[in-house]
Design a protein around this ligand. Structure first.
Ligand code: FAD
Length: 320
Protein backbone atom coordinates (compact mmCIF):
# COMPACT_ATOMS: atom_id res chain seq x y z
CA UNK A 1 0.00 0.00 0.00
CA UNK A 2 1.61 3.20 -1.15
CA UNK A 3 0.24 5.82 1.23
CA UNK A 4 0.66 5.93 4.99
CA UNK A 5 -2.92 7.10 5.47
CA UNK A 6 -4.32 4.27 3.31
CA UNK A 7 -2.39 1.73 5.38
CA UNK A 8 -3.74 3.29 8.57
CA UNK A 9 -7.32 3.33 7.30
CA UNK A 10 -7.47 0.00 5.52
CA UNK A 11 -5.07 -2.26 7.35
CA UNK A 12 -5.75 -3.88 10.65
CA UNK A 13 -2.08 -4.55 11.32
CA UNK A 14 0.00 -2.10 13.30
CA UNK A 15 1.93 0.35 11.13
CA UNK A 16 5.67 0.06 11.70
CA UNK A 17 8.06 2.60 10.22
CA UNK A 18 11.74 3.38 10.55
CA UNK A 19 13.49 6.71 10.20
CA UNK A 20 16.99 6.98 8.80
CA UNK A 21 19.33 9.91 8.24
CA UNK A 22 21.36 10.36 5.03
CA UNK A 23 25.10 9.82 5.48
CA UNK A 24 27.56 12.70 5.40
CA UNK A 25 28.93 13.90 2.08
CA UNK A 26 31.43 11.46 0.62
CA UNK A 27 29.82 8.26 1.95
CA UNK A 28 28.36 5.71 -0.41
CA UNK A 29 24.79 4.54 -0.91
CA UNK A 30 25.93 1.09 0.27
CA UNK A 31 26.73 2.57 3.69
CA UNK A 32 23.12 3.50 4.14
CA UNK A 33 21.54 0.47 2.49
CA UNK A 34 23.66 -1.99 4.48
CA UNK A 35 22.45 -0.24 7.64
CA UNK A 36 18.83 -0.86 6.64
CA UNK A 37 19.36 -4.47 5.49
CA UNK A 38 19.38 -6.12 8.95
CA UNK A 39 16.19 -4.25 9.90
CA UNK A 40 14.23 -5.51 6.91
CA UNK A 41 13.33 -8.82 8.62
CA UNK A 42 11.00 -6.79 10.85
CA UNK A 43 9.12 -5.80 7.70
CA UNK A 44 8.69 -2.04 8.06
CA UNK A 45 5.96 -0.72 5.80
CA UNK A 46 7.54 2.70 5.46
CA UNK A 47 11.05 4.12 5.78
CA UNK A 48 11.40 7.83 6.46
CA UNK A 49 14.47 9.65 5.23
CA UNK A 50 15.36 12.90 7.00
CA UNK A 51 16.48 16.11 5.31
CA UNK A 52 18.79 18.67 6.87
CA UNK A 53 19.74 22.24 6.18
CA UNK A 54 23.37 22.62 5.11
CA UNK A 55 25.89 23.97 7.58
CA UNK A 56 26.76 27.36 6.05
CA UNK A 57 30.16 29.05 6.42
CA UNK A 58 31.22 32.59 5.63
CA UNK A 59 34.54 33.03 3.84
CA UNK A 60 36.42 36.24 3.19
CA UNK A 61 38.63 36.64 0.13
CA UNK A 62 40.04 39.96 -1.09
CA UNK A 63 37.62 41.82 1.15
CA UNK A 64 34.57 40.03 -0.24
CA UNK A 65 32.55 37.82 2.09
CA UNK A 66 30.82 34.86 0.52
CA UNK A 67 28.51 32.27 2.05
CA UNK A 68 28.72 28.64 1.04
CA UNK A 69 27.46 25.31 2.33
CA UNK A 70 30.22 23.43 4.16
CA UNK A 71 28.66 20.23 5.35
CA UNK A 72 25.49 18.94 3.85
CA UNK A 73 23.88 15.55 4.06
CA UNK A 74 22.91 15.05 0.46
CA UNK A 75 20.71 12.45 -1.05
CA UNK A 76 17.29 12.33 0.59
CA UNK A 77 15.52 11.97 -2.77
CA UNK A 78 18.13 9.51 -4.13
CA UNK A 79 18.00 7.37 -0.98
CA UNK A 80 14.19 7.28 -1.21
CA UNK A 81 14.41 6.06 -4.77
CA UNK A 82 17.01 3.40 -3.81
CA UNK A 83 14.86 2.19 -0.90
CA UNK A 84 11.87 1.82 -3.18
CA UNK A 85 13.85 -0.14 -5.78
CA UNK A 86 15.98 -2.30 -3.50
CA UNK A 87 13.60 -3.14 -0.66
CA UNK A 88 10.20 -2.56 -2.29
CA UNK A 89 9.28 -0.51 0.76
CA UNK A 90 7.59 2.87 0.49
CA UNK A 91 9.95 5.71 1.40
CA UNK A 92 8.75 8.84 3.18
CA UNK A 93 11.06 11.75 2.40
CA UNK A 94 11.13 14.59 4.88
CA UNK A 95 10.64 17.96 3.26
CA UNK A 96 11.62 21.04 5.24
CA UNK A 97 10.93 24.76 4.91
CA UNK A 98 14.50 25.84 5.76
CA UNK A 99 16.79 26.59 2.78
CA UNK A 100 13.95 26.18 0.26
CA UNK A 101 12.12 28.95 -1.57
CA UNK A 102 8.53 28.16 -2.52
CA UNK A 103 9.69 27.54 -6.12
CA UNK A 104 12.39 25.10 -5.01
CA UNK A 105 9.80 23.33 -2.88
CA UNK A 106 7.50 23.04 -5.88
CA UNK A 107 10.36 21.65 -8.02
CA UNK A 108 11.21 19.07 -5.34
CA UNK A 109 7.57 18.03 -5.09
CA UNK A 110 7.42 17.60 -8.87
CA UNK A 111 10.60 15.43 -8.77
CA UNK A 112 9.14 13.28 -5.98
CA UNK A 113 5.88 12.93 -7.87
CA UNK A 114 7.75 11.84 -11.03
CA UNK A 115 9.59 9.22 -8.95
CA UNK A 116 6.26 7.79 -7.83
CA UNK A 117 6.75 8.85 -4.22
CA UNK A 118 3.41 9.52 -2.58
CA UNK A 119 4.31 10.28 1.05
CA UNK A 120 5.93 13.32 2.59
CA UNK A 121 6.65 14.33 6.17
CA UNK A 122 6.31 18.13 6.06
CA UNK A 123 8.45 19.99 8.59
CA UNK A 124 9.80 23.41 9.28
CA UNK A 125 13.22 21.88 9.97
CA UNK A 126 15.85 22.67 12.55
CA UNK A 127 18.16 25.64 12.11
CA UNK A 128 21.50 24.60 10.57
CA UNK A 129 24.39 23.77 12.94
CA UNK A 130 25.81 26.90 14.54
CA UNK A 131 22.63 28.93 14.10
CA UNK A 132 20.44 29.46 17.15
CA UNK A 133 17.11 30.22 15.56
CA UNK A 134 15.25 29.29 12.42
CA UNK A 135 15.45 31.83 9.59
CA UNK A 136 13.20 31.17 6.60
CA UNK A 137 14.63 31.34 3.10
CA UNK A 138 13.77 34.40 1.04
CA UNK A 139 10.35 33.60 -0.40
CA UNK A 140 10.31 30.38 1.65
CA UNK A 141 7.98 29.18 4.38
CA UNK A 142 8.28 30.20 8.01
CA UNK A 143 6.16 27.39 9.44
CA UNK A 144 5.42 23.80 8.51
CA UNK A 145 1.72 24.69 8.19
CA UNK A 146 2.51 26.84 5.14
CA UNK A 147 4.41 23.94 3.57
CA UNK A 148 1.43 21.66 4.20
CA UNK A 149 -0.78 24.25 2.47
CA UNK A 150 1.53 24.31 -0.55
CA UNK A 151 1.52 20.50 -0.85
CA UNK A 152 -2.27 20.39 -0.41
CA UNK A 153 -2.64 23.02 -3.16
CA UNK A 154 -0.46 20.96 -5.49
CA UNK A 155 -2.68 17.95 -4.71
CA UNK A 156 -5.51 20.08 -6.11
CA UNK A 157 -3.42 20.92 -9.18
CA UNK A 158 -2.70 24.47 -8.00
CA UNK A 159 0.88 25.42 -8.89
CA UNK A 160 2.57 28.69 -7.90
CA UNK A 161 2.00 30.01 -11.42
CA UNK A 162 -1.39 29.36 -12.87
CA UNK A 163 -1.09 26.61 -15.48
CA UNK A 164 -3.42 25.39 -18.14
CA UNK A 165 -4.72 21.88 -17.36
CA UNK A 166 -2.13 21.10 -14.63
CA UNK A 167 -1.79 17.59 -13.19
CA UNK A 168 -2.59 17.27 -9.49
CA UNK A 169 -0.11 15.41 -7.26
CA UNK A 170 -1.31 12.77 -4.79
CA UNK A 171 0.80 13.26 -1.71
CA UNK A 172 -0.15 11.88 1.68
CA UNK A 173 1.13 14.42 4.22
CA UNK A 174 2.49 13.72 7.69
CA UNK A 175 3.52 16.36 10.24
CA UNK A 176 5.39 16.48 13.56
CA UNK A 177 3.77 16.76 17.00
CA UNK A 178 5.40 17.29 20.39
CA UNK A 179 4.04 15.56 23.53
CA UNK A 180 6.31 17.80 25.63
CA UNK A 181 5.55 20.83 23.38
CA UNK A 182 7.91 22.28 20.79
CA UNK A 183 10.74 24.06 22.57
CA UNK A 184 9.90 27.47 21.09
CA UNK A 185 6.26 27.28 22.03
CA UNK A 186 5.13 29.08 25.21
CA UNK A 187 2.92 26.14 26.22
CA UNK A 188 1.48 22.85 24.99
CA UNK A 189 -1.99 24.32 24.39
CA UNK A 190 -0.62 26.91 21.96
CA UNK A 191 1.56 24.32 20.25
CA UNK A 192 -1.48 22.06 19.83
CA UNK A 193 -3.42 24.91 18.19
CA UNK A 194 -0.69 25.14 15.57
CA UNK A 195 -0.72 21.36 15.18
CA UNK A 196 -4.46 21.60 14.54
CA UNK A 197 -3.79 24.28 11.93
CA UNK A 198 -1.40 21.87 10.14
CA UNK A 199 -4.09 19.17 10.17
CA UNK A 200 -6.77 21.61 8.99
CA UNK A 201 -4.41 22.65 6.16
CA UNK A 202 -4.28 19.06 4.91
CA UNK A 203 -2.03 16.87 7.10
CA UNK A 204 -3.24 13.26 7.14
CA UNK A 205 -1.44 12.07 10.27
CA UNK A 206 1.05 13.08 12.97
CA UNK A 207 4.32 11.48 14.09
CA UNK A 208 5.43 12.56 17.55
CA UNK A 209 8.78 13.68 18.75
CA UNK A 210 10.48 11.01 20.89
CA UNK A 211 9.27 10.66 24.48
CA UNK A 212 10.14 8.25 27.27
CA UNK A 213 7.05 8.36 29.44
CA UNK A 214 3.79 6.73 28.35
CA UNK A 215 1.74 9.29 30.27
CA UNK A 216 3.09 12.12 28.09
CA UNK A 217 1.86 10.44 24.90
CA UNK A 218 -1.52 9.55 26.38
CA UNK A 219 -2.17 13.09 27.63
CA UNK A 220 -0.98 14.55 24.34
CA UNK A 221 -3.44 12.41 22.38
CA UNK A 222 -6.27 13.24 24.80
CA UNK A 223 -5.59 16.98 24.53
CA UNK A 224 -5.31 16.77 20.74
CA UNK A 225 -8.64 14.93 20.48
CA UNK A 226 -10.26 17.46 22.83
CA UNK A 227 -9.50 20.32 20.40
CA UNK A 228 -10.66 18.40 17.34
CA UNK A 229 -7.46 16.81 16.00
CA UNK A 230 -8.86 13.51 14.74
CA UNK A 231 -6.03 12.18 12.55
CA UNK A 232 -3.85 9.22 13.65
CA UNK A 233 -1.03 10.15 16.04
CA UNK A 234 1.89 7.75 15.66
CA UNK A 235 4.37 7.63 18.56
CA UNK A 236 7.99 8.34 17.59
CA UNK A 237 10.46 6.30 19.66
CA UNK A 238 14.19 6.26 20.12
CA UNK A 239 15.97 3.50 22.04
CA UNK A 240 18.09 5.13 24.73
CA UNK A 241 20.90 2.81 25.74
CA UNK A 242 23.98 4.61 27.04
CA UNK A 243 25.25 7.35 29.34
CA UNK A 244 26.18 9.71 26.54
CA UNK A 245 22.59 9.79 25.34
CA UNK A 246 21.39 10.67 28.84
CA UNK A 247 23.47 13.84 28.49
CA UNK A 248 22.88 14.69 24.84
CA UNK A 249 19.26 13.74 24.12
CA UNK A 250 17.52 16.27 26.44
CA UNK A 251 19.33 19.28 25.00
CA UNK A 252 19.25 18.07 21.40
CA UNK A 253 15.56 17.18 21.37
CA UNK A 254 14.10 19.17 24.29
CA UNK A 255 12.65 16.12 26.01
CA UNK A 256 12.71 14.76 29.56
CA UNK A 257 14.15 11.41 30.54
CA UNK A 258 12.32 9.80 33.48
CA UNK A 259 14.36 9.13 36.65
CA UNK A 260 13.76 5.37 36.32
CA UNK A 261 15.40 5.22 32.87
CA UNK A 262 18.29 7.46 33.94
CA UNK A 263 18.92 5.21 36.96
CA UNK A 264 18.81 2.04 34.84
CA UNK A 265 21.57 3.39 32.65
CA UNK A 266 23.66 5.32 35.17
CA UNK A 267 23.63 2.64 37.81
CA UNK A 268 24.49 -0.20 35.43
CA UNK A 269 27.92 -1.69 36.13
CA UNK A 270 28.82 -2.30 32.50
CA UNK A 271 27.93 -0.85 29.09
CA UNK A 272 26.18 -4.12 28.26
CA UNK A 273 23.99 -3.86 31.36
CA UNK A 274 23.14 -0.25 30.54
CA UNK A 275 22.24 -1.27 26.99
CA UNK A 276 20.05 -4.15 28.21
CA UNK A 277 18.34 -1.91 30.78
CA UNK A 278 17.57 0.75 28.16
CA UNK A 279 16.13 -1.82 25.76
CA UNK A 280 14.02 -3.42 28.51
CA UNK A 281 12.61 -0.02 29.47
CA UNK A 282 11.78 0.91 25.88
CA UNK A 283 10.22 -2.49 25.16
CA UNK A 284 7.90 -1.99 28.17
CA UNK A 285 7.02 1.47 26.89
CA UNK A 286 6.13 -0.02 23.49
CA UNK A 287 4.02 -2.69 25.22
CA UNK A 288 2.00 -0.01 27.02
CA UNK A 289 1.55 1.91 23.79
CA UNK A 290 0.29 -1.21 22.03
CA UNK A 291 -2.16 -1.91 24.86
CA UNK A 292 -3.37 1.69 24.56
CA UNK A 293 -4.12 1.02 20.89
CA UNK A 294 -1.63 3.20 19.00
CA UNK A 295 -2.02 3.19 15.19
CA UNK A 296 1.65 2.36 14.69
CA UNK A 297 5.17 2.83 15.95
CA UNK A 298 7.87 4.90 14.33
CA UNK A 299 11.50 4.34 15.33
CA UNK A 300 14.21 6.97 14.97
CA UNK A 301 17.20 4.76 14.15
CA UNK A 302 19.77 7.61 14.03
CA UNK A 303 22.62 5.33 13.01
CA UNK A 304 21.84 3.01 15.93
CA UNK A 305 21.06 -0.17 14.03
CA UNK A 306 22.07 -2.45 16.92
CA UNK A 307 19.81 -0.73 19.47
CA UNK A 308 16.92 -0.62 16.99
CA UNK A 309 17.32 -4.33 16.24
CA UNK A 310 17.47 -5.24 19.93
CA UNK A 311 14.35 -3.22 20.68
CA UNK A 312 12.45 -4.76 17.78
CA UNK A 313 13.58 -8.26 18.80
CA UNK A 314 12.31 -7.61 22.32
CA UNK A 315 8.99 -6.19 21.07
CA UNK A 316 8.22 -8.65 18.29
CA UNK A 317 9.30 -11.75 20.22
CA UNK A 318 7.17 -10.86 23.27
CA UNK A 319 4.16 -13.18 23.72
CA UNK A 320 0.80 -11.47 22.99
P1 FAD B 1 6.21 23.99 13.02
O1 FAD B 1 4.99 23.15 13.03
O2 FAD B 1 6.31 25.08 12.01
O3 FAD B 1 6.38 24.60 14.48
C1 FAD B 1 7.57 25.30 14.84
C2 FAD B 1 7.26 26.26 16.00
O4 FAD B 1 6.45 27.34 15.53
C3 FAD B 1 6.45 25.64 17.13
O5 FAD B 1 6.89 26.22 18.32
C4 FAD B 1 5.01 26.00 16.84
O6 FAD B 1 4.24 26.07 18.00
C5 FAD B 1 5.19 27.38 16.18
N1 FAD B 1 4.22 27.68 15.13
C6 FAD B 1 3.73 26.83 14.20
N2 FAD B 1 2.91 27.50 13.35
C7 FAD B 1 2.91 28.81 13.76
C8 FAD B 1 2.27 29.99 13.26
N3 FAD B 1 1.47 29.97 12.20
N4 FAD B 1 2.50 31.16 13.93
C9 FAD B 1 3.32 31.20 15.01
N5 FAD B 1 3.94 30.10 15.52
C10 FAD B 1 3.74 28.92 14.89
N6 FAD B 1 14.24 18.45 11.44
C11 FAD B 1 14.99 18.51 10.31
O7 FAD B 1 15.71 19.49 10.10
N7 FAD B 1 14.97 17.48 9.41
C12 FAD B 1 14.20 16.37 9.57
O8 FAD B 1 14.21 15.49 8.72
C13 FAD B 1 13.38 16.29 10.75
N8 FAD B 1 12.58 15.22 10.97
C14 FAD B 1 11.74 15.21 12.07
C15 FAD B 1 10.86 14.12 12.26
C16 FAD B 1 10.00 14.09 13.34
C17 FAD B 1 9.04 12.92 13.51
C18 FAD B 1 10.00 15.17 14.29
C19 FAD B 1 9.09 15.15 15.49
C20 FAD B 1 10.88 16.23 14.12
C21 FAD B 1 11.76 16.27 13.01
N9 FAD B 1 12.63 17.34 12.79
C22 FAD B 1 13.42 17.37 11.67
C23 FAD B 1 12.72 18.43 13.76
C24 FAD B 1 11.79 19.62 13.42
O9 FAD B 1 12.06 20.11 12.14
C25 FAD B 1 12.04 20.69 14.46
O10 FAD B 1 11.52 20.29 15.70
C26 FAD B 1 11.57 22.09 14.09
O11 FAD B 1 12.12 22.98 15.07
C27 FAD B 1 10.05 22.26 14.09
O12 FAD B 1 9.47 21.65 13.02
P2 FAD B 1 7.88 21.56 12.87
O13 FAD B 1 7.62 21.00 11.55
O14 FAD B 1 7.29 20.93 14.06
O15 FAD B 1 7.54 23.13 12.86
Amino acid sequence: MAKVIDWLKENRRLLFSLEITPPDRGRSMDDILSGIDPLMRFEPQFINVTYHQPHMVYEEKDGVITRRPRRKKPGTVGICSAIKNRFRVEPVPHLICGSFSRFETEDTLIDLHFLGIQNILALRGDPPPGQARFIPEKDGHEYAGQLVEQIARLNRGQYIDELEDPFPTRFCIGVAGYPEKHFESPNLEKDLQFLKAKVDAGADYVITQMFFDFRLYKEFVEKARAIGIQVPIIPGLKPLVNRRQIQTVPSAFHVNIPAELVALIEEARTKEQAFAGGIRYMAQLVERLLEFGVPGIHIFTMGQGHATRSLLDAVFSAPR
